[in-house]
Design a protein around this ligand. Structure first.
Ligand SMILES: *Cc1c(COP(=O)(O)O)cnc(C)c1O
Length: 396
C-alpha cells in the first residue's frame, strides 16, 4: 500500500503531507526559512581538500561541502527549520520526535525554539545515559527529553513490564513519539530522515554545491555521501541527479553505509514499516527488516534498518552505487582527514570520506584527473569517545 495523505493526517502538519506526495518539480523556500538558513551559515562553504590530495598523491580533485559548521553541527537543521516553520504556521503547539545519538533531537530543539514551539523528544535510553552532552544541548534549547522506553506511553509501559532494564532502540522511541502525538490534542510528529519531504528540504545542499562547482568551472565526476535514512545523501545528490537523468552529465553517485546496517548492499527491496511497532505506513525500500537492531557502532546516525524510498528506487535502477564500510576503515579515513584538513568529522560523515579516499586512490592508479565531491554531513566534536576508542586501539 503506498502512503496516502489520509494515513498521514493525524501525524504530520498538512503542508508537510502536501510536500510528501507532491509531484511538482520545485517548491519555493519561504522567506522565514531562508532567514533561518542565514543563521545556519547558508550558503555553506565548499572546500577543496588540497592537503589530502597531496598526501594521497592523487591526480584527482577532492571537494567537500561543509554541513558541519552550524550551531547543531550537522545537516539536520535544514529540514528541522522547515518543519518547525510549517508547524508554527498551522498553529501546532508541540513537535514530538525520537532521537538516537541526539543529532536529530538537537536540530529539532533548535528549530522549534526559533519558531516558538515546544519540543518533546524521546531519546534512546542508552544514549540518554551514555551521551549526556547532546541531551544537555537539547534541554538548553528548551526541549523536554524523556529516556525511552518510558512510562509515558502504553507501548513504553509494555516494553518496561517485560524488560525493566530495556536499553531502548530507535524503533521503540519512534513508536513512543507517535503514540504521544495521536493521543494528544495539538502535537504533531517530526521525522529527521527517510521521507520525501525531508530529502526535499535537504536539496538546498545539492543546489548550493552545483552553483559553487560551476563557479570553479568543474563538473562533478563522482558525488559521495553517507547514508543512514538517506537524507543528507539525497539532498546532496538529487539536484545533480536531475542533470544526469537529462543526459547532461555522467556523474556517478555513491551512497556509503556502515557494514553494521547494510540496508542497500545486503537488504531486500520490499514494503516495510519505519518503526519497530509497525505503526507507520509501509514504505517500499531497501530494508533489513523492522526488527533488525544494528550493533552499537559509533556512527549512531547510520543505525537504521531501512532506506529512503526515493534513494532505494534509484539504487534499484542502478542510478546510484552503494558501498558498506567497517568501523576501523572509517576511523582510519577520519584520522587522515583530521591530520590533513584539520577537521574532526562525525563518524557518520567519515563513511563519505573513506569512499572519497578510495576513489582518489583509484584515480592515482588510472592517472585520471577526476573531480570527487563529498558531503561532510557533520562534525565529530561530540563523538570524541569514539575517537578515544580508536586511538587506544579498541576499534578493530
Ligand atoms: C543523522 C546523521 C546522518 C544520517 O542521516 P541521513 O538521513 O542518512 O543523512 C549522517 N550524518 C550526520 C552527521 C548525522 O547527524
Amino acid at each position: 500500500m503506498p502512503i496516502t495523505p489520509d494515513a498521514l493526517k493525524p501525524i504530520f502538519p498538512m503542508e508537510i503531507i502536501r510536500q510528501e506526495v507532491s509531484t511538482q518539480k520545485t517548491i519555493a523556500i519561504p522567506d522565514e526559512v531562508r532567514e533561518a538558513y542565514l543563521k545556519l551559515g547558508r550558503p555553506t562553504p565548499l572546500y577543496r581538500a588540497k592537503k589530502l590530495e597531496a598526501k594521497l598523491k592523487t591526480p584527482a580533485k577532492i571537494f567537500f561541502k561543509r554541513e558541519d559548521l552550524n550551531p547543531c553541527g550537522s545537516h539536520k537543521p535544514n529540514t528541522a527549520i522547515a518543519q518547525a516553520y510549517y508547524s508554527m504556521k498551522e498553529g501546532v503547539d508541540v513537535l514530538a520526535t525520537e532521537t538516537g545519538a541526539g543529532q536529530w533531537g538537537t536540530a529539532l530543539a533548535y528549530a522549534t525554539q526559533l519558531f516558538g514551539l515546544k519540543c518533546d523528544v524521546f531519546m534512546v535510553r542508552t544514549s540518554f545515559e551514555q551521551k549526556p552532552y547532546r541531551k544537555t544541548l537539547m534541554q538548553l534549547y528548551g526541549a523536554h527529553v524523556t529516556p525511552s522506553p518510558s512510562q509515558r506511553t502504553t507501548f513504553g509501559q509494555e516494553v518496561l513490564k517485560k524488560s525493566p532494564e530495556h536499553p531502548g532502540s530507535l524503533g521503540i522511541a519512534i513508536s513512543e513519539a507517535l503514540e504521544t502525538v495521536v493521543t494528544s490534542k495539538n502535537a504533531k510528529y517530526s521525522l529527521g530522515s527517510v521521507l520525501n519531504h525531508v530529502l526535499l528540504h535537504q536539496t538546498v545542499i545539492g543546489q548550493e554545491t552545483l552553483i559553487q562547482l560551476a563557479k570553479n568551472d568543474v563538473e562533478p565526476d563522482v558525488m559521495i555521501g553517507c547514508v543512514g535514512g538517506g537524507s543528507n545523501f539525497g539532498g546532496f545528490a538529487f539536484p545533480a541527479m536531475e542533470r544526469k537523468l537529462k543526459k547532461k552529465t555522467n556523474t556517478r553517485f555513491i551512497a556509503v553505509e556502515p557494514d553494521a546496517a547494510p540496508s542497500i548492499t545486503k537488504g531486500t527491496y520490499a514494503y516495510d514499516a519505519g518503526d519497530t511497532a509497525g505503526m507507520t505506513p509501509l514504505m517500499k525500500m531497501y530494508t533489513l527488516g523492522k526488527e533488525f537492531i544494528p550493533s552499537p557502532i559509533h556512527a549512531g546516525g547510520l543505525r537504521y534498518h531501512g532506506m529512503a524510498p526515493a534513494i532505494s528506487l534509484l539504487a534499484q535502477e542502478k542510478l546510484i552505487e552503494a558501498k558498506a564500510y567497517s568501523q576501523i576503515k572509517i576511523f582510519d579515513a577520519a584520522a587522515l582527514f583530521a591530520q590533513t584538513e584539520g577537521i574532526v568529522a562525525a563518524p557518520e560523515s567519515a563513511h563519505a570520506i573513506a569512499a572519497a579516499i578510495d576513489e582518489a586512490k583509484a584515480c592515482k592508479r588510472s592517472g585520471e584527473r577526476q573531480t570527487i565531491v563529498f558531503n561532510l554531513s557533520g562534525h565529530g566534536l561530540l563523538d570524541l569517545k569514539g575517537y578515544e576508542d580508536y586511538l587506544e586501539g579498541r576499534i578493530t
